[in-house]
Design a protein around this ligand. Structure first.
Ligand SMILES: *[C@@H]1O[C@H](CO)[C@@H](O)[C@H](O)[C@H]1NC(C)=O
Ligand SMILES: CC(=O)N[C@H]1CO[C@H](CO)[C@@H](O)[C@@H]1O
Length: 165
């Protein structure tokens, strides 16, 4: 009787421990973006340059930066950070002086909807597997000389994408 009671307590303890472990693990396992750009395997963030800062919420002439900038050289290859669905073209600017970099794509995957700016996609619909080519980084230096060229990552709901990096 005492023995079975003791093993029952042990089993309950083990079960409780397992449940706590699962809760802790699922908390840590939020979605993370895989490599976005050739030459930047760690998704290095744009920090600060003469044009401003790359972080979410940074000042943009009275407005707040609504995305996060990931360093990406002009002409670099942009990759699917996880399996994605292509949801169509994004128009970034209305200013014709910025036409050279006015392109982007709306994507969804891993339960997230987000947009990448300054990318010329190879196609605007369909699906891509993680690591497959989305397109090419546009010539940002021609519009913003001296800037740290980057892909702008913006969630469709304008929330902060930083936690996914
Ligand atoms: C992006 O595409 C999704 C899916 O088609 C759509 O629901 C959403 O409105 C689009 N978001 C933006 C901000 O364009
Ligand atoms: C960490 C890293 O790979 N940084 C590179 C990101 O891309 C820029 C532009 O191509 C390179 O200059 C960095 O060295």
């Amino acid at each position: 009787m005492t023995k079975s009671l003791a093993s029952g307590v042990k089993m309950k303890t083990a079960l409780l421990f397992t449940m706590v472990l699962i809760a802790v693990l699922s908390e840590c396992q939020s979605v993370k973006f895989g490599k976005l750009c050739s030459g930047n395997s760690s998704n290095q963030k744009r920090t600060s340059d003469s044009w401003g800062q790359g972080k979410y919420g940074a000042s943009r002439g009275g407005r707040a930066h609504q995305g996060l900038d990931i360093v990406c050289g002009d002409g670099a290859t942009v990759y699917a950070p996880f399996d994605v669905k292509l949801n169509g073209k994004v128009t970034v600017y209305t200013d014709p002086k910025k036409a050279a970099i006015n392109n982007g794509i709306n994507l969804s995957g891993e339960g997230l909807c987000f947009k990448l700016f300054y990318v010329k996609p190879d196609k605007y619909s369909g699906e891509l597997k993680k690591g497959e080519k989305i397109g090419t980084m546009l010539p940002m230096q021609s519009v913003y000389p001296g800037i740290t060229s980057h892909v702008h990552v913006q969630m469709c709901d304008k929330s902060d994408p930083t936690k996914y990096f």
